[in-house]
Structure formats: C-alpha cells, structure tokens
Design a binder for this molecule. Structure first.
Ligand code: 4AD
Ligand code: MG
Length: 482
C-alpha cells in the first residue's frame, strides 16, 4: 500500500488501487449519513476530501467520533471522481484511524478566521492555517529560487561567520557574544571590562551582515553570495524590523553601481517570476486574503493593486532609477509634504528618508519600483564609494510598493587612502577591520554588492503586512518565545 502526498494525489486520476493518506483534519461534516473529512498534510494548500459511509466497511463509531479538527488521521481507501466541485478526485474511505486526537474542547484552532495577533500567541500551531501554510511553502520555494538564480549566473555561495569582531554597518546595534560571568567579569585597571579574557580573546558579537567577509571572497572568486541569518539589536518595534532576519548578499568584483542595479532588478524579477510559476495556488490564496484585508481599511489607505496584479506589474516595468537629490526635490514639493501630512517633514537635503517617504515615491509618485542612488555620505555606511562631489556616496536602495526599502547596497570604496580616512572618521577600531582595509593594497578593484532582506521580500511577495508573520518564530524586542 502506497502513502502519497495530497498534492500528488489531487493531480492523480481515479483508481481502484487502495492507498493510505495521512494528515490533519481541517473539518468534518456529516450529511445524509455520509461523513466528509477534509484532510491537509501540508504538501499543498488544498485539502483532500475523504468520504466515509459508515454503513459500508469497518468503521468504529468511537474512531469516527475522535475525528475532529486538528486530529492526525490515517485514511485508507481509493481515489474516485469527486461528486463535489473544487477538486477532481476524492478518497472513498475504507478505514479511518485516528493517530493523534485533538481534544475539541481545548484545541485552539477552530475552523474560523483568527487574528494574526492571536495566532502569534499560538505560533506552534499556526502553520496549520491556510495562510501560514502558504507563507512557509512560498518561503521555501524562494530559498530554492535564490540559490538557483545565483548558481545559473556563476556565483559561489559562501558561508560567512555568524560570530564576528567587527560591526559592518557601523551602527553599533549588535548582540554581544560572551562567556564571561556577567556577575563578575574581569576588569581593566580603568574600570572597563577586559574582553581579552573572553572566549575569543576579544569582544565579539552576532553579525549584522556578511558583507565585509563576502567582499574578500569576491576579490578572489569573482562573484559570490551569502544567504544567512543576521542580527540587529536596534530597538525598533515596527512591522518591518526583526532582531533576527535572513539576508542574501551578492558581491561582484569589477562591477560598478549600474551593474549592481541591473543585478538587483534581474534578481527581484527572477524571484517574482519563479513564485508566479511555482507557487500559484498559494499566491492565489494569499492574494484573496490580501484583498479581504484591504477591504477592512479606509478607502485612501487601500492598495490600488491586488497582490497578483502588483507582482505582474513589478515584473513588467523597468525600475525607476533616480538620485537621492532628485528624490528630495520631489518629496519637498509633494502634496503631503506641503500639507504637512508626513510625520517627518522633508525640509532639507541631508535628512534620512523614512518609509513614509519611500512609499510616497514608489506608490504615489512613480508607481513603480524605484532605486534611489547617491545618498549623502553622512547617512550611509563607511564602506560606500565616495563620489567626486565629496558629499555623496555610490549607495543604492531598492524601494518596493507596500514596504519601502527591501534592498540596500553600494559600490564599495576600493581606494586604500579614501577608505582609511573614512574608517578613521567613523572611529572604527583598526584591529576590527585591518584585513578589510588591507585588501585594498593587494589587487584592489572596483566592486559592488547589495543585501536583500529575505523577510522584507517575503512581505512584499505574500502581501503579509507584519514581518512577524513571515518568520517561523520571529525575534523582536521583548519577544523570543517558542
Ligand atoms: O541596508 P542594510 O543595513 O545593508 C546591509 O546590511 C549591507 N551590508 C548589505 C550589502 O550591501 N551587502 O540591510 C539590507 C537589507 C535592507 O534593505 C532590509 O531589506 C533588510 O536588510 N533589513 C532588515 N530586515 C528586517 N529587519 C531589520 N531590522 C532589517 N534591517 C535591514
Ligand atoms: Mg539600508
């Protein structure tokens, strides 16, 4: 007897062959003495309907009574043409075995709509909802697509360290890694902690980005990418910030900012195309969910696109490319700025852009994905290449509708003296980045790269509005449950 996944069975023709199906009960209903059990095994968003006629076959009353929402079951039977609509085949049951019951009095997931907030409290069970099943199947598929994209283009996947002694983004928002006794750490004479006695003989932290190490690999392997977890201890309690998130960071030798923008645009379009092709059932469901959610919002806050149309729109349009300086002019003269509708007014060149500004540019002004380049050096990281104007750097942020920044990248500063000066200005301790600087002395070359926040991208792709709902078990300030 063969046990098959439901995704496979739903595409199979009716057959007298007896098969076994295992999964979890979504619903059970009885009509005219026949019991219909909707079974889901996670392989697809679709359920397999098992039809049980208690008058035919060896069904125990007690067994059928235990078939309740959430129970794990094994149903034996054969595929017949479906009487109902919505599926081609259904399972004519010969036997039903309850493998693991779920007490209906206490099982928290009833077949009705639950809020995302409630589902976060039962994150251990939320995969069993259609929404989370869809999100995590799409997440898996995208992981595959990412490796495929780079592999097809001759990139090498490198695994950069998770524990590091440097702060790539220079923002100081890092989680310390230490085995010192917090109650009595060894002290220096000046009253500071003596990190030289710590596990690694120095102060270390969880990485905020694999970029610095990836750059070194690119200066030998040519084209590399990382795909790993990154950690940020910034106390940002927003729907777009997580303390632990996954980042994809390609790094390419001999590539300038234009090459970098081309790569980012190709990459995003490849991923969207992959998803539309390979995750159609899940995306269709998520698109409907997104539409229902938009209906609960005020007219002016509603997205003008449904999810699938938005994805097709991004696929079909060339991304807008403008400089930060041009963006500031647009924002300064925009209606919401003049009517003081922005929470952060745009009053001068040099300010950091907030997501409300990014979204205005993408969703209302250009109505296309937009790449902003050449930001003021003061608001960007030390490693970005300084422009001839001495004021701006070769940075690029890719802004997506509904989210704002999903990619941050740049052409890197390849000139030894300029970089050394920027490291001094940023007060970065020499011992933490000497190797990063030294590579500029030995065969330095123009090179560029970027980082795509995986969860941000998934929010964009699935229409899920909160980063907490695209991570298996999200880590955010004051929250590390499960
Ligand atoms: O713009 P960021 O900070 O850039 C870097 O880390 C560079 N080292 C990347 C590179 O050039 N190799 O982060 C890159 C992306 C952002 O655009 C965003 O999508 C995501 O990472 N990101 C976050 N996602 C979730 N939660 C956070 N706290 C995030 N911070 C950044
Ligand atoms: Mg950024």
């Amino acid at each position: 007897m063969k046990s098959n996944s439901i995704s496979h069975l739903l595409k199979s023709p009716p057959s007298p062959d007896v098969i076994e199906v295992r999964g979890w009960v979504r619903t059970k209903r009885t009509s005219k003495n026949v019991v219909f059990i909707a079974i889901n095994d996670g392989s697809t968003i679709k359920n397999l309907q098992a039809v049980v006629d208690p008058r035919e076959g060896a069904f125990k009353e007690a067994d059928l009574a235990m078939v309740t929402t959430g129970a794990a079951v094994e149903v034996t039977g054969n595929l017949i043409p479906s009487q109902g609509s919505g599926q081609a085949v259904e399972l004519k049951a010969k036997a039903v075995k309850v493998l693991g019951p779920a007490d209906p009095e206490t099982y928290p997931l009833q077949p009705k709509k639950h809020s995302f907030e409630f589902l976060r409290e039962i994150s251990h069970l939320r995969f069993r909802t259609n929404t989370f099943g869809a999100v995590f199947r799409v997440r898996h598929s995208m992981t595959f697509a990412i490796h495929s994209f780079f592999n097809e283009r001759g990139f090498f996947n490198v695994h950069t360290p998770i524990i590091t002694g440097s702060d790539c983004e220079g923002a100081g928002a890092m989680f310390r890694v230490s085995t010192l006794d917090p109650k009595s750490p060894p002290m220096n004479p000046d009253g500071t902690i003596d990190w030289s006695q710590d596990f690694f003989g120095k102060s270390t932290n969880l990485t905020v980005s694999g970029q610095l190490e990836a750059e070194l690999a690119a200066m030998a392997l040519g084209k590399v990418y990382t795909f790993g977890p990154t950690f940020r201890a910034e106390n940002s309690n927003t729907s777009r910030h997580a303390s632990e998130f996954w980042m994809i960071e390609p790094e390419v030798a001999f590539a300038d900012l234009t090459d970098n923008m081309d790569l980012a645009e190709d990459f995003l379009k490849y991923l969207i195309e992959w998803a539309l092709d390979k995750c159609a059932d899940d995306l269709e469901f998520l698109s409907k969910r997104f539409e229902d959610e938009e209906k609960t919002k005020k007219q002016e806050e509603r997205s003008e696109f449904n999810l699938l149309d938005k994805l097709r729109f991004v696929l079909d349009n060339k991304f807008v490319r403008i400089t930060y300086t041009e963006a500031i002019d647009i924002l300064k003269n925009s209606a919401p700025n003049k009517k003081k509708k922005f929470q952060y007014p745009v009053d001068r060149w040099g300010i950091d852009l907030q997501s409300e500004h990014e979204r205005y540019l993408v969703e209302r002004h250009f109505r296309k994905p937009t790449i902003l380049t050449d930001y003021p050096k003061e608001i960007k990281a030390f490693y970005m290449r300084l422009n001839e104007d001495g004021k701006t750097v070769r940075a690029m942020d890719v802004l997506a509708p509904g989210i704002g920044e999903i990619i941050g990248g740049s052409q890197r500063e390849e000139r030894y003296d300029v970089l050394a000066e920027k490291i001094r200005e940023a007060k970065i301790p020499d011992e933490s980045v000497w190797w990063y600087l030294q590579i500029r002395k030995f065969g330095t070359a123009v090179h560029s790269g970027f980082g795509l926040g995986f969860e941000r991208f998934l929010m964009f792709l699935t229409g899920i509005g909160n980063i907490r709902d695209v991570a298996l078990f999200p880590r955010t300030p004051k929250s590390a449950d499960f």
